[in-house]
Design a protein around this ligand. Structure first.
Ligand code: DSN
Length: 473
């Protein structure tokens, strides 16, 4: 019998140790690997982190509190956290060509909150303190403090509308960002489904926002960040880009020049687990003038940094700096375009007519379905997607009229353009065979069809084993 490889040994041993304390948790972890291996994952924001990334998270770095920044902590004994964070920062700066990186945010929402407070502090707090001729907010009188707080709460943000693909954290009311800022949206040209930069400029001129936010979670096209920076400069706004979805395409140099946000934005936020393929988490990149404020992210906005996750971020950034990551990033886009082309050839209507990035947005009204009905019918057939609003969506954000799909995960698994065409055929079968039911959530789909598609999906995936180096026995 041959010896087990390092990854199998590591994960088996870890599960044995967990199982000895709470077997149900060990079972759930093992089952998650099984389920992920079996499912055709088309969720645009998910991926499969490497064993090295996963293993870097499961250790005693988790035990340490380290509020503050490298070399300047509110706790003693942070020398190893300092080492970990410094390595993650070094890799992030090199990977993205950024002058400054902050790798503590626990998620994309956290990264955006750090960025918003840094912008507010930079633009609002400092002038107020200077006016009062004081250095620290604690030195302000109650009246000066009240004036400053009122000024903080009275600022404007211009972000992409939710139905055009913007994110909740870009100033929308159900999120704290919508309570922090008076928000106005820019959208897409209804004829092309693409950002209307002239309209965006007009809105910015009229609204005079403090912050303009670029980036998206459901927009299938490249964004011209050079033009957006020009608009921001013209109206005196700070330009922030949330590149959570496409950070892997920036890291892999698929998005360069006008389409790389890092040289154009004052501040860039990201998650680390989507197309970048790292651990769940966030990061902020910024120009040097914002770094002092960004560094106050913890403890001003964030809880203590998760040193174990920063370790995994460092590993993921190091992986993304390897030459083969560029090929991976390009294959993500090639696959998304092949999927878009395969769907279009079979009669689907896609928002904006196609894709330049990792995601495709299908208008399922074409099939007489809501997003909710289509999502469940696809899931019943072994295809995991998520429903998403489309521009001017008549069904709102809950039921929606769209299905968002993305290729980062299946590309990590090794599927290519030929397999994307097969997936387009599976989706076409389900979407054309599903009939709307009595409510926006109900539908009819012959179980035999769902079963057949599900089997075909499993057969397809069997050729591309997930985590082939991990054998749990
Ligand atoms: N939940 C993420 C997504 O699916 O796009 C964004 O926060």
């Amino acid at each position: 019998m041959s010896a087990l490889n390092a990854e199998s040994t590591a994960f088996r041993s870890a599960l044995d140790v967990v199982r000895a304390v709470e077997p149900r948790i060990a079972d759930a972890i093992a089952k998650e690997l099984h389920d992920q291996r079996e499912s055709l994952k088309l969720i645009a924001s998910e991926n499969y982190a490497s064993p090295a990334v996963l293993l870097a998270m499961g250790n005693w770095l988790s035990d340490k509190y380290a509020e503050g920044t490298i070399g300047r902590r509110f706790y003693a004994g942070c020398q190893n956290v300092d080492t970990v964070e410094a390595i993650a920062v070094e890799h992030a700066k090199e990977l993205f060509g950024a002058p400054y990186a902050y790798v503590q945010p626990h998620s994309g929402i956290d990264a955006n909150l750090v960025a918003y407070w840094a912008i507010l502090a930079d633009r609002v707090e400092a002038p107020a303190l200077a006016k009062a001729q004081k250095r620290n907010v604690n030195d302000l009188t109650d009246a000066e403090w009240a004036e400053l707080r009122a000024a903080f709460g009275n600022q404007r943000m211009l972000g992409m509308s939710l139905d055009a693909g913007g994110h909740l954290t870009h100033g929308f009311r159900p999120n704290i960002s919508g309570k922090m800022f008076d928000q106005r949206s820019y959208g897409v040209d209804p004829a092309t489904g693409q950002i209307d930069y002239a309209a965006l400029r007009e809105t910015a001129r009229e609204f005079r926002p403090l912050v303009i936010v670029g980036g998206y979670s459901a927009y299938p096209r490249k964004v011209n960040f050079r033009i957006m920076r020009e608009i921001a400069d013209e109206v005196g706004a700070t330009f922030m880009v949330d590149m959570a979805h496409f950070a892997g395409l920036v890291a892999g140099k698929v998005f360069t020049g006008d389409f790389d946000p890092v040289p154009h934005a004052h501040i860039v936020t990201t998650t680390t687990h989507k197309s970048l393929r790292g651990p769940r988490g966030g990061a902020v990149l910024c120009q040097p003038e914002l770094s002092d404020q960004v560094d106050r992210g913890c403890p001003m906005v964030l809880g203590g940094p998760l040193a174990h996750v920063m370790a995994a971020k460092a590993v993921a950034f190091a992986e993304a700096r390897q030459p083969d990551f560029a090929g991976y990033a390009q294959r993500i886009v090639d696959n998304a375009q092949a999927l878009a082309e395969g769907l279009t050839r079979r009669g689907a209507t896609l928002v904006s007519g196609g894709t330049d990035n990792h995601l495709v947005l299908i208008d399922v009204d074409k099939y007489g379905l809501t997003g909710r009905q289509a999502e469940q019918a696809l899931l019943d057939s072994g295809v995991v997607t998520n429903r998403n609003a489309i521009p001017q969506d008549p069904n709102g954000a809950w039921y929606t009229s769209g299905i968002r799909i993305g290729t980062p995960a299946l590309t990590s698994r090794g599927l290519g353009t030929a397999e994307m065409d097969q997936i387009a055929e599976l989706m076409h079968t389900v979407l054309t065979q599903t009939k709307p039911g009595a409510s926006k959530a109900k539908f009819d789909l012959d179980p035999a069809v769902a079963d057949r598609v599900s089997k075909q999906a499993t057969e397809l995936l069997a050729e591309f084993p997930l985590y082939p180096q991990v054998d749990l026995g």
